[in-house]
Unconditional design. Structure first.
Lengths: 741, 247
């Protein structure tokens, strides 16, 4: 076959096995970044037009236009262009770039709300249709939710659940389409159907229907691509086609689904094989290779979904988590850095910094030094990278996994997860004191018990009460998730993304924690200081008098770090007691996105002295201002949290000013590299790196128009700083910037 | 033996090469007019804490993965760290046994035996030159500079790498003639690897007020960048050594 000419054959020829294809055909690149090219003229012109559109979108309140008439599907909208002459890679979601469509499958009410938020009226017929004839995922969930689940959701002990929007965090193996073509993939799925157990129970019936939908979705991408004049039935013949086929497939996914995180996977090395082949034959030059990647990235930066205001409060800055995982090591000991790993990072220079795609460097001690330094320098210049420990994750996921969203690892095409937002552990501790009554609303939510008696809090007693509430919450949380994902499969199934998985999939059910450091500090205060509980007129404990000092998370003090580590371990063990939908494996993340602000708003004063309404710390970070011994101590505390018990990721955001990394640039680069190495050597999982001046952020708050590209990393993703609410901006600024004494 | 420590910063990159844990010792013999840590002057103060060598070593060891990865280590600063040279020696010896690089950042306005006691276990000295002129030194920091200069020569003779640190205070230390004289002093010292120029800043001023001390450099502003570059090239030209300007 011409498409595969020059490729080294292997198991990938007869089976769908992209990893094998990559392993047989990629070439590790050991050199530095000097080969990189700047952007082509054509791309510069295109990007200039794009920037005008982006500015117009910002001026228009964050949304350029809404198609409130046509519910989006893979084939709902005709082809459209930004500027066809200048586009090497084509395809946008709707009939106009940046125009957002309604995606109703997740929930009608939230779609209507989202339209109204931006001054649009959803089409009457569409509303009528979904009201009368076609229940949504949200309808399904609420038909089944128990009163207890609804209450837990409302008071915010469990929130952000994907029960009215697409769950996301599923990575289709978008590489399969360029490598094999649609027809081959569809035929393989047909064969799976044939081989399936014909005994019809609820599971096998469900699976048959799902695979049937997958095949239809594959046919739909073909139609969509045909609209743009491409026939993607067969494999891609060259690098241009490989990028275009891959992008069409991803585009179809973000048309079909408005999942919170629609991550890309690990595409750079796959594309590198095509680029190398074309270059060897003299078909393309470096500048053309860079053009392909620049143009792909432009398209990824243009992905848009219509979100409701509540959603934006949880996930600020309009993120899509188009996460691309870069680097890492192969299990055979060769590193997985190619020239295209550099090229995709180089887009941050060519097009300027931006939050998307969410560039994620899979860090290994054994990555080439040049690549490590290139990444560190990029972090110092742009604050757009996150780093995750490949030496740690490779043990669990091999060498062809990718990160979904922020910190969720999964084997591409073989594993996926059911996203479960997070519960508020700080609030749960207050439930333990108040016998399950909510400290804000006064309602009975958790296990009913007496309010803590006596005024001085005793550690053992509190812990015992806490465990009881934890058991209750775990069961409720698992059951709630089971409802959500059953209904999501039923009413908003991601047919295309699952078509790009093996038919037999390993599922994770990803639970989450917010407020870990506040919960740990509170327990530490109770254990090591004297904490007096004060009741209000409702008889609810909502204030504390703390006498004496106590160890605080973030200072590398084993006394409190162990409390935090134990909380994580206890919680996952407790969750595991309750079976999960589709036999999913329970995992846990310590990640908040920006929701730590919202969670804090709904959490009363805590025994560590944090006041009512104050933000919780983001992810696994220590609470703002509690680190007394500098950055290493904070890093070391977070590194004490064992990934084994938080397999869905442990997010840590490190923010510093450039001068704190060293006097001259070379020193800064070397020291940041050293910081990452030292951190990850201790089996720590994740680090967001921000290198910024506080003054710049303050200036950007007063003059946002001057800082359209200012990008910062927050708990697992990057955002344009000016797109955060004022409250969130203030929280970012309040958060410790590590400075010297 | 206990060390009295003002504070510990587990992550600094400005006090020697690589990532370093800096230990700021309590107590100082000088009263530099521009000091940004006047709260370290007194031998004891409210916020300082006593550490046993074991307790401090525990904290230091936690930084080892970072030191190894970045070529860093520990730096004793202050205050005047050498006032507690016995304690530092205890720590330095232990550090060298575990392969952690050792440095101290001192005014060197101390007696020779204090310096000598540490030379066997020190990998790098960050040596202040407050002022090359003895009288001006007296005015600026409250003491003449003989011990400062002779200690630097002592360390150099002992073949320990030295980074000179010089704070540029407009009207006080930025006279070209003084800087030239300082350069001539440094030039023959083979073990001086680099010279760090630190522009004066008033960030520590609030601490003076808090301590009820009168801040005498109120009308002094940080030197303009052009002035720093000019002094840098003067020193470079005369000494042929690396000169680095801090922020």
């Amino acid at each position: 076959m011409q498409a595969w000419e020059g490729f080294k054959p292997g198991r990938w020829v007869d089976n769908i096995d992209v990893r094998d294809f990559i392993q047989k055909n990629y070439h590790p690149y050991d050199g530095d970044s000097s080969f990189l090219s700047s952007t082509s003229d054509k791309t510069s012109q295109l990007w200039k037009k794009c920037q005008e559109l982006l500015r117009a979108e910002y001026r228009n309140g964050g949304v350029l236009a809404v198609d409130a008439r046509t519910p989006i599907t893979i084939t709902s909208h005709p082809p459209a262009y930004i500027d066809q002459e200048l586009e090497t890679i084509v395809g946008v979601q709707t009939d106009q770039p940046l125009k957002r469509a309604i995606n109703v499958w997740g929930g009608l009410r939230s779609s209507i709300k989202a339209c109204h938020a931006y001054g649009y009226e959803p089409d009457e017929q569409v509303v009528d249709f979904f009201k009368k004839y076609r229940p949504t995922h949200n309808d399904g969930v609420f038909a089944v939710y128990t009163p207890e689940m609804k209450l837990a959701r409302r008071v915010g002990i469990i929130t952000g659940l994907p029960d009215s929007y697409g769950r996301g965090r599923i990575i289709g193996d978008y590489r399969r389409v360029p490598l094999y073509g649609i027809d081959h993939l569809a035929a393989a799925k047909e064969r799976d159907l044939e081989l399936m157990n014909k005994k019809m129970g609820s599971h096998s019936i469900q699976l048959r229907e799902e695979v049937f939908k997958q095949i239809k979705a594959l046919q739909d991408i073909k139609k969509m691509a045909a609209g743009y004049g491409f026939d993607i039935s067969n494999p891609a013949n060259n690098a241009l086609e490989a990028v275009q086929w891959l992008y069409f497939t991803y585009l179809a996914a973000v048309k079909e689904q408005n999942g919170a995180a629609m991550s890309l996977g690990r595409i750079a090395n796959f594309l590198d094989i095509y680029i190398e082949r074309d270059m060897k034959q003299g078909f393309i030059t470096e500048i053309e290779a860079q053009e392909l990647i620049d143009q792909l990235v432009i398209k990824l930066r243009f992905v848009r979904h219509l979100r409701s205001p509540e959603y934006n409060e949880l996930f600020a800055g309009d993120p899509n988590w188009v996460t691309e995982s870069i680097g890492g090591m192969g299990v055979d000991g060769r590193h997985l850095v190619t020239r295209t790993s550099y090229r995709i990072l180089n887009t941050l220079y060519n097009l300027g910094p931006a939050p998307e795609p969410n560039m994620t460097v899979l860090w290994s001690e054994n990555l080439p030094d040049d690549f490590k330094h290139f990444c560190s320098e990029l972090s110092i210049n742009t604050s757009t990278l996150q780093y995750e420990n490949d030496d740690l994750m490779r043990r669990y996921y091999g060498d062809d996994y990718a990160i979904a969203c922020c910190v969720s690892a999964m084997k591409i095409g073989q594993e996926t997860q059911f996203f479960g937002a997070r519960c508020n552990l700080a609030k749960l501790l207050l439930y333990a004191l108040n016998g399950g009554r909510d400290e804000m609303t006064g309602e009975q939510v958790g296990v009913e018990a007496s309010v803590y008696e006596g005024s001085i809090l005793e550690y053992d007693k509190v812990l015992r009460r806490f465990k009881i509430q934890m058991e209750w919450l775990s069961e409720l949380y698992v059951n709630t998730m089971n409802v959500i994902h059953y209904m999501h499969d039923k009413y908003a199934y991601e047919a295309l993304q699952f078509a790009l998985h093996d038919t037999t999939i390993h599922y994770y059910m990803a639970f989450g924690i917010a407020g870990l450091s506040v919960a740990a500090d509170s327990l530490s205060a109770i254990k090591y200081a004297r904490v007096k509980a004060i009741k209000d007129e409702r008889g609810i404990i909502n204030n504390f008098v703390i006498d004496g000092d106590f160890p605080k998370f973030g200072n590398d003090d084993a006394r409190v770090d162990r409390i935090a580590a134990d909380l994580v371990k206890d919680f996952i063990s407790s969750l595991q007691k309750h079976p999960a939908y589709k036999n999913a494996e329970h995992t846990l993340s310590i990640l908040t996105i920006t929701s730590n602000v919202m969670y804090g708003k709904h959490t009363g004063t805590t025994p560590d002295g944090r006041q009512i309404g104050q933000p919780l710390a983001p992810g696994a970070n220590p609470l703002h201002g509690r680190e007394e011994h500098g950055a290493l101590a904070a890093c070391n505390s977070v590194a004490q949290l064992d990934y084994r018990y938080a397999r869905d990721g442990i997010s840590f955001t490190f923010s510093t000013i450039p001068s704190a990394l060293g006097v001259v640039k070379e020193e800064q680069i070397a020291n940041l590299t050293g910081l990452l190495s030292g951190y990850f050597k201790q089996d720590a999982h994740h680090m967001n790196v921000n290198v910024l001046n506080l003054e710049t952020l303050e200036e950007a708050m007063s003059h946002p128009e001057k800082y359209p590209d200012l990008t910062i990393r927050i708990s697992g993703y990057a955002v344009h700083f000016i797109k955060l609410t004022r409250e969130q901006q203030e929280e970012v600024i309040m958060r410790t910037f590590f400075k010297r004494m | 033996m206990l060390g009295r420590i003002h504070s510990i910063d587990t992550f600094t990159t400005l006090d020697g090469p690589g990532i370093r844990t800096a230990i700021f010792m309590q107590g100082c013999c000088l009263q530099c007019k521009y000091c940004h840590n006047p709260d370290t002057w007194k031998a004891k103060s409210g916020d300082s804490k006593e550490y046993s060598p074991e307790a401090l070593m525990h904290i230091i060891m936690r930084g080892k993965p970072y030191f190894d990865a970045s070529g860093g280590g520990i730096t004793f600063s202050g205050g005047e760290p050498l006032l507690q040279h016995d304690f530092i020696k205890e720590i330095f010896v232990r550090c060298q046994q575990t392969g952690i690089s050792t440095a101290f950042d001192s005014s060197l306005y101390v007696s020779q035996n204090m310096v000598e006691s540490l030379l066997d276990c020190t990998d790098l000295v960050l040596a202040d030159i407050k002022h090359i002129d003895p009288i001006k030194s007296l005015n600026l920091v409250g003491a003449s500079n003989e011990s400062n200069l002779s200690n630097i020569e002592l360390i150099n003779n002992y073949q320990i790498p030295i980074w000179i640190r010089y704070v540029v205070v407009p009207g006080w230390t930025d006279d070209v003639k003084d800087v030239e004289a300082m350069s001539r002093f440094i030039t023959p010292l083979d073990y001086v690897e680099r010279v760090d120029l630190l522009p004066y800043h008033s960030l520590g001023k609030h601490k003076w007020a808090m301590l009820g001390l009168e801040y005498k450099l109120d009308d002094i502003h940080p030197p303009p960048p052009g002035q720093m570059i000019k002094l840098k090239s003067i020193i470079e030209e005369l000494t042929r050594k690396q000169v680095v300007i801090h922020e």
